[in-house]
Ligand binder design. Sequence first.
Ligand code: HXC
Length: 258
Amino acid sequence: MAYETLIVEIEDYVALIRLNRPDALNALNSKMMSELADALGAADRNEKVRCIVLTGSEKAFAAGADIKEMAEQSFVDVFGSDFFTSDSEAMLRVRKPIVAAVAGYALGGGCELAMMCDFIIAADTAKFGQPEINLGVVAGLGGTQRLTRFVGKSKSMDMHLTGRFMDAAEAERCGLVSRVVPAKNLMEEAMKAASKISEKSLLTAMAVKEAVNRSYETTLREGVLFERRLFHALFATEDQKEGMAAFLEKRTPQFRDK
Ligand code: HXC
C-alpha cells in the first residue's frame, strides 16, 4: 500500500516503516498517525512479517507532533476528536516486536513514539527531548509516564520541566535506549537485530513482549506469576520441543510458530 507520509518495505520477514515528512523533520500530523496505525496493523497481520523496524531520517526520527496543525486547535477540537489517541494506541496493540531506530531528533511525540516501541537503538546523533513545556502544553502520548518509568523521576522532571535535549550517550546511560551505534551503521544494526528476532519462534517472541510489558502494569508478584504461566504454557508448543531438541542435537532450530 502506498502512503503519503510513510515508506514501507518488507524484506526477509522484517517490515521497515520509515516516517517520511522530510520538510517538517517528520513532524507527526493526523495523516501520518493514521497511516502509521494502518501500516502497523497491516504488518502485524502479514505472515511475511516477523519483526517491525520503525525509523525516520538521518536528521530526525520525528521532531514531535506537528505544531502547525495543533496551533489553532481548541480544547473542543482536541478533546472532541481525542487527538492522536486511538491512532497512537494502535502501536500498543501490535503483538510482533517493534524496534525503533532513532537518528537525529526524537522530540515530544517523536520521543514518545520511540518509547512505545519495544526497544530503541540510537545513532550517536540522536537527541531525545520532551520540550512541550516551551509550547505551553505537556506531553500527550505518554511521555510523562513512560520516560519516568525508563529514566526515573528526577531526570524525567528535568527533561519535561526544562525542555532540554538528551544526547545518545546520556540516553544509553540512563536506560532510555538499549544501545548506541555510529550513525552510518544505524540501519544495518537495527535490521540485523530485527533479522535475529525474526529467526526466533514468533509465538515465543510475542510471549516475551507480553511478559516484559506486563511489568509496567502490575505488581512484581503478579508479574512473576504471569511470566510463570507463559513459561509453562510454551511447553504446549512444538517450538519448545524443537528449540530444546536442536540444542541437544547441536543444530540450529527450525521454528514453525506452532
Ligand atoms: C511542525 C516542524 C516541527 C514540528 C520542525 N518543524 N519541527 N513543523 N511541527 N514539531 C519544521 C520547521 O518549522 C521547519 O519548517 C523545518 O521543520 C525544519 O526545522 P528547523 O526548526 O528550521 O530546523 P532546526 O533549526 O535544525 O531545528 C530543529 C529543531 C526545531 C530543534 C528540532 O525544529 C524544533 O525545536 N522543533 C520543534 C520541536 C518540538 O517542540 N516538539 C514537540 C512538539 S509538541 P520550515 O517550513 O520553516 O522550513 C508534541 C506533543 C505530542 O510533540 C503530543 C501529541 C498528542
